[in-house]
Design a protein around this ligand. Structure first.
Ligand code: HSE
Length: 315
């Protein structure tokens, strides 16, 4: 059987106050999974990754998502995977979700493409839940659908694609710190004061409206989180200084990407984005924290087959 090549983008999820519900696909960063049908079983032939990830098919999200697809299709499928990760694990950029999305997409593609994208999101979300300790689709949904998504409910899954803000420029900075989603969820408060709930609800609703209307300025006004960010900021050395300096350099807002440690700043001006990136990196540096950074935009396509490589062996 010939190999297929599938690309799945990085994602920011949560977007600010939209904890576990709002997510966004990011252009230019992501995971590539090569896959082909085999007689039986799920085999991982290769893992290339900047950070260690499991190559045991029972623990790898690309493989478990593929296995979920076989269960949903009710087939005794076999698949061989080569996983080339462009995303470091534990970065807050939806690394495990990107692999899961690509694994689910590839298995469905090779076995008749009968599942809907919602079923693929469910297959990928179930796979991701095993590593993250929570059942949320704010990374898997935008990874598969592209653009921005809102999850109303996970069981049964109800996800809506909202849209894209074309002027949006994203400055992503990943400091060299470790934040595990599982741990970053444990520290969250069990109850929230009514005023914080109302504040976050209003800002989440306005971000949704901003993406639906392609309205950058509404998004910039609404990227405010009074519930999750104040708690998780403690896990990111220098968070407040980096945010202050990003805004001084011209950013219209900054928030934690997912559970961190990546942070993202927003602007609608590419030149400003470069200056913001430089300030953020310098600020982390001054605190003894090295980082990687990117200036990018949104990905509006989501997980896809890379057509021109369909017949190329993946080695
Ligand atoms: N919504 C999840 C969280 C995303 O913030 O815990 C983790 O990437």
């Amino acid at each position: 059987m010939s190999w297929i090549q599938v690309f799945s983008p990085a994602t920011i999820g949560n977007i600010g106050p939209g904890f576990d519900v709002l997510g966004m696909a990011v252009k230019g960063l992501g995971d590539t999974v090569y896959a082909r049908r085999i007689r039986s079983g799920i085999r991982i032939a290769e893992v290339k990754s900047p950070t260690p990830i499991p190559s045991d098919p029972r623990k790898n999200t690309a493989a478990t998502a593929a296995s979920n697809v076989f269960r949903f299709l009710n087939v005794r499928g076999g698949i061989e995977l080569r996983i080339h990760k462009g995303l470091p694990a534990g970065s807050g950029l939806g690394s495990s979700a990107a692999s899961a999305a690509a694994g689910a997409f590839a298995a469905n593609w090779l076995y008749g493409r009968e599942l809907s994208v919602e079923q693929l999101i469910l297959a990928a979300t179930q796979a991701e839940a095993e590593v993250s300790g929570g059942f949320f689709a704010d990374n898997t949904a935008p990874a598969l659908l592209g653009g921005t998504t809102l999850t109303r409910c996970c069981v049964p899954l109800d996800v809506t694609r909202i849209g894209v803000i074309r002027r949006l420029r994203l400055v992503l900075v990943t400091p060299g710190l470790t934040v595990l989603t599982r741990e970053a969820r444990k520290i969250l408060p069990a109850t929230v004061p009514m005023a914080s709930f109302v504040f976050n609800m209003a800002n989440t609703a306005l971000i949704t409206a901003a993406f639906a209307k392609n309205d950058y300025s509404l998004f910039a006004r609404s990227l405010n989180d009074n519930v999750i960010e104040p708690v998780r900021a403690r896990l990111i050395t220098g968070f407040h200084q980096v945010k202050e300096n990003a805004i001084k350099a011209g950013a219209d807002g900054m928030a934690i990407s997912g559970s961190g440690p990546t942070v993202f700043a927003i602007t609608d001006n590419l030149r400003k984005a470069r200056a913001i990136e430089q300030q953020m990196v310098l600020t982390f540096n001054a605190l003894g924290v090295s980082s990687r950074s990117w200036v990018t935009t949104m990905d509006s396509h989501g997980t896809r087959l890379v057509e021109d490589a369909r017949r190329r062996a993946a080695g």
